[in-house]
Design a protein around this ligand. Structure first.
Ligand code: XMP
Ligand code: MG
Length: 179
């Protein structure tokens, strides 16, 4: 598994430290807690779990599943809702938690989709941001790390469903996806 990794971009320790800082920013914005974290499956699972544990107030979680990528490493531009929310978010403080913003297509769609349900506030938190790749005008309120334009895996992120269990974020070797 590790032989497919070109190099480690973010270590387990760096991720842990940054999540604590993000939790602190969120606590500043929502001192009373009672927020809903909406994880976007499956890439954000590790991030949501760790972020939630770094928040020492009432917080609930829900998940959505969308598809835009299929099995390849390039976006199709088409967003499909595969699993919707279990809870009503009207009047609630909501944060969408994503693994990565690439072109921005997925988040833009999700943001508008959830906004239409009238939450009190709707914010975006993403672990990774590839600003160079942006095609749609959308920015996250909380960003873990800005990263260069390379295909990354680990800490929830996959290539063809593999590598999600790596504890760090690493750059995938090009020959793995350029066959
Ligand atoms: P868009 O282009 O809609 O894409 O912002 C966001 C989704 O694309 C996936 N993605 C990646 N997945 N390594 C991955 O494992 C990457 O480098 C990468 N870039 C984009 C991801 O699922 C994200 O939610
Ligand atoms: Mg994703």
């Amino acid at each position: 598994m590790e032989t497919a990794i070109e190099r480690v971009l973010l270590t387990e320790e760096e991720i842990k430290k940054r999540i604590k800082e993000i939790a602190y920013e969120i606590k500043k914005d929502f001192p009373k807690g009672d927020i809903i974290l909406i994880g976007v499956l499956k890439g954000s699972v590790m991030f949501v779990a760790d972020l939630m544990r770094a928040l020492d107030f009432n917080v609930t979680m829900d998940f959505m599943a969308v598809s835009s990528y299929g099995n390849s490493s390039e976006t199709s531009g088409i967003v499909r809702i595969l699993k919707d929310l279990d809870f009503d978010i009207e009047g609630k403080d909501v944060i969408i938690v994503e693994d990565i913003i690439d072109t921005g297509t997925t988040l833009k769609y999700l943001y508008e989709y959830l906004k239409a349900r009238n939450p009190k506030t709707l914010k975006i938190c993403c672990l990774l941001d590839k600003p160079e790749r942006r095609k749609v005008n959308i920015e996250a309120d909380y960003v873990g790390f800005k990263i260069p334009d390379a295909f990354v895996v680990g800490y929830g992120l996959d290539y063809a469903e593999k590598f999600r269990n790596l504890p760090y974020v690493g750059i995938l070797k090009e020959d793995i996806y350029k066959k």
